[in-house]
Each structure stands twice: as structure tokens, then as C-alpha cells.
Design a protein around this ligand. Structure first.
Ligand code: ZN
Length: 138
């Protein structure tokens, strides 16, 4: 794993939290993106070299809605940047980690993502992300 890519925070109301975190960081979010397949609306903040992602549920059966119901607002996941997500999934599986997405999927912020189940990582939901490189790049 290369570095922490971002930290994800589950919020009830993205609009209100965008204002709140904008005040906290002294700078507004730089983008909002819906990931319809996951039932989430996300916003991203830059804090120096780091990124914070806020996540709001867009439907009642969204994983974020379930998280909020069970645990309330707060830190939801830590995302790590990886160079080769498929190799990392294979490696982590062989180390005994439970992988939620055996096949990486398209996440927010132009990334391929896969999650590890918090059960096998001391209660921490881990997201692996690999930047999607444009295939027509020369
Ligand atoms: Zn994330």
C-alpha cells in the first residue's frame, strides 16, 4: 500500500456537513459526486496533501444508511492508495482478510475500489483504491 488516499466520514446531511467541514478546513469542498450503484452522495475536501470524503446515503438500503442507523455519524472508512488493486486483493485474501469486493468496482473520484470487511481488520472498514488511468494516454 502506498499511502492513505482519503478518510471517509458518514454524515446525515451532506449539504449541512459541507458547510461545517468547509468552516473546519477553511476551504470548501472541491467536488460532489454521486455513486448511484452504492446509493451514496460524496463530497471531497483537500487538506494539504490529504483528502477527506463525506458520504451521505441516497436511499434507505444504502450501506451508509445502515451504518448511520447502527453507529451514527462519524469515521466510516480509511482508504489506501494501491498500485495494483487486483494483486493487493489476492495478497490480502491469502493473509486471511475478508474481501467484500473480490472484483474491484468503479468508485468515486475516478478510482477502482474494493473494500475489506471490518470483521477481519479490528473493526476498521478498509478501502483499497487504484487510480483509473486513461487508456488513450500516450
Ligand atoms: Zn472512500
Amino acid at each position: 500500500m502506498n499511502k492513505i488516499e482519503h478518510i471517509g466520514i458518514a454524515v446525515k446531511n451532506l449539504k449541512e456537513s459541507n458547510t461545517l467541514f468547509g468552516k473546519l478546513f477553511g476551504e470548501p469542498h472541491y467536488k460532489i459526486e454521486e455513486v448511484a450503484s452504492e446509493g451514496v452522495n460524496t463530497s471531497f475536501f483537500k487538506v494539504g496533501e490529504n483528502k477527506i470524503e463525506l458520504l451521505e446515503a441516497t436511499k434507505p438500503d444504502s450501506p451508509i444508511a445502515k451504518f448511520l442507523e447502527k453507529k451514527g455519524e462519524g469515521i466510516h472508512h480509511i482508504a489506501f492508495d494501491v498500485t495494483d488493486i487486483e494483486a493487493e486483493i489476492t495478497r490480502l485474501k491469502s493473509e486471511g482478510f475478508k474481501v467484500i469486493n473480490e472484483t474491484p468496482k468503479k468508485g468515486a473520484d475516478n478510482k477502482l475500489v474494493a473494500f475489506l470487511h471490518p470483521k477481519t481488520s479490528n473493526g476498521v472498514l478498509i478501502e483499497l483504491c487504484q487510480e483509473i488511468k486513461s487508456e488513450i494516454k500516450k
